[in-house]
Design a protein around this ligand. Structure first.
Ligand code: NDP
Length: 490
């Protein structure tokens, strides 16, 4: 059975403990590889390697960093298919999604930041002095040193590289931990880094659990910035550890995103996109809309069509190109989602479609036989109050609620009543209303008449309990020191 290895100081390495954890394939529920059960000793070795590599990497001209990162881009492009298959097996997502979204976005992350590093400018101001004369005030930014990057399981290589690429491009060296639940593509990336000639110690990847490896990264004195994507509860723990050490922090946390659909929307576009924004990646995208508010005149039509479309989604083997919805990432997460469906029933919800685990295990297209993994039918629930637990807490699975509203104010009050503020989607052809509603929504990103369109030049991040700090948009990243202002009198 394949044993994944850590990547420390430019080499693949066993964990100090010599112990390994089981890695499950979600579609079969069976162990298919082993993950290093690393601990503080491995993090210390990785941090030492990153610290030693920093002076040279930080001083490497952006053009050279660009060349190395672009070599990595070519190698990921070359291996796109095998990475997509590995991501699908590891995570349970349809291979078509890994092929069209996850791996291409990992490529885009490296390409964007490699290029951005050569095009950053620092601001400078001419200052007039009282009584005549001039000074120039300008701002300098330096890479902060060793950065810690911790990512979740839902978009494994996409989110892992979104943290690593800007850090490396900025001139930082990195100690990174992918989710222990989906380590495979990060491990393949280690091998590509060696092949690309990334200098030893510039990127170090330590596999293992959050409480051991994640915590050791956050608490390490030589790791100066933490870029984290994951749950709000874990974010709280990280902030508690990092704050007294005055580390720079970016926390991309949970969401409970609203879709507000007005009766004047372009109906067909809205319907097709709402199916996608609800159930792509089994609903395991932090930006999926899980609360759907529909203007009352459109409600019945939407409900009927939405239920029909969703019931027709093909749930099954992630390896089958025709599959729309794959397996849930882990048994633990499967149980959590099912418990929320039960909760919704006790809160008075009516299940319009789905609501159960797949009754018949689907056949496997790749390995033969039946699949016995963790599959849940896409589920639509109505009849719940906007402020019940099902509508306030993050479920992070193929479960959405729908409810009608009468006024714009009512829709906004429903949308904003949660602790989260990650993203929101608005459907209307009324231009003034689109801007007015966007301005009043408490969300870090708002999509109008679309979903998941991202331009990496814009900073991304949630508000409220969905996080602090912004990622993306080169100036917004945390991998530089605090700006140093220089004032020179002419
Ligand atoms: P977790 O918070 O459980 O884990 C995220 C990462 O943190 C994992 O690598 C995990 O390791 C690690 N970790 C766990 N405990 C600690 C700790 N004490 N110290 C340091 N690191 C730790 O999230 P999930 O992996 O379950 O991901 C799902 C969550 O991520 C959802 O809430 C989702 O909304 C959010 N998310 C947010 C996004 C955003 O952009 N805002 C994007 C995507 C997801 P391990 O896996 O080994 O436990």
């Amino acid at each position: 059975m394949q044993k994944i290895q850590n990547y420390i100081g430019g080499e693949l390495a066993e964990p100090a403990s010599g112990d390994y954890l089981d890695n499950f394939e979600p579609a079969t529920g069976e162990v298919y590889s082993l993950i290093p059960d690393s601990d503080e000793r491995d993090v210390n070795a990785a941090a030492a390697a990153a610290k030693a590599a920093f002076p040279a990497w930080g001083a490497t001209p952006p053009e050279e960093r660009f060349e190395i990162l672009m070599r990595l881009v070519s190698l990921i492009e070359r291996d796109l298919e095998s990475l997509a298959v590995a991501e699908s097996v590891d995570n349970g997502k349809p291979v078509s999604l890994a092929r069209s979204i996850d791996i291409p976005r990992a490529i885009a992350n490296f390409r964007f930041y490699a290029t951005a590093a050569m095009h950053t400018a620092n601001e400078s101001y001419d200052t007039s002095l009282p009584g005549g004369g001039k000074a120039i005030n300008y701002t300098m930014r330096h890479p902060i040193g060793v950065a810690g990057c911790i990512s979740p399981w839902n978009l494994p290589l996409y989110l892992f590289t979104w943290k690593i690429a800007p850090a490396l491009a900025a001139g930082c060296t990195v100690v990174a931990k992918p989710s222990e639940v989906t380590p495979m593509t990060a491990s393949m990336l280690s091998e590509l880094c060696i092949e690309a000639g990334l200098p030893a110690g510039v990127l170090n990847i330590v596999h293992g659990t959050g409480p051991k490896v994640g915590f050791a990264i956050v608490a390490h004195k030589d790791i100066k910035a933490i870029s984290f994507t994951g749950g709000t509860k874990t974010g709280e723990e990280i902030a508690r550890t990092a704050a007294p050490m005055f580390k720079k922090l970016s926390l991309e946390l949970g969401g409970k995103n609203p879709n507000i659909i007005f009766a004047d929307c372009k109906y067909d576009d809205m319907l097709a996109t709402t199916v996608r924004s609800s159930f792509s990646n089994q609903g395991e995208i932090c930006l999926c809309g899980s609360r759907i508010f529909v203007e009352r005149p459109l409600y019945d039509r939407f409900k009927n069509d939405f239920v029909k479309r969703v019931a027709a989604l093909k749930v099954g083997d992630p390896a089958d190109p025709a599959t729309d919805v794959g397996a849930i990432v882990s048994k633990q997460h499967f149980d959590k989602i099912m418990s929320y469906i039960e909760l919704a029933k006790t809160e008075g919800g009516t299940i319009l479609t789905g609501g159960y685990a797949l009754s018949e295990p689907p056949a496997s297209t790749s390995g033969g036989g039946s699949l016995n993994g963790w599959f849940i039918e896409p589920t639509i629930i109505e009849g719940l109050k906007h402020d019940c637990r099902t509508n306030l807490e993050e479920i992070f699975g193929p479960v959405v609620t729908i409810m009608p509203f009468d006024t714009e104010e009512e829709a906004l009050s429903y949308a904003n009543c949660v602790r989260y503020g990650l993203s929101a989607t608005v459907w209307t052809e009324n231009l003034s209303r689109a801007h007015r509603v966007a301005a009043s929504l408490e969300s870090g990103i708002i999509w109008i008449n679309c979903w998941l369109l991202r331009d990496l030049r814009t900073p991304f991040g949630g508000v409220k309990d969905s996080g602090i700090g912004r990622e993306g948009g080169f100036e917004a990243i945390i991998f530089f020191t605090e700006e140093k202002n220089v004032c020179i009198k002419l």
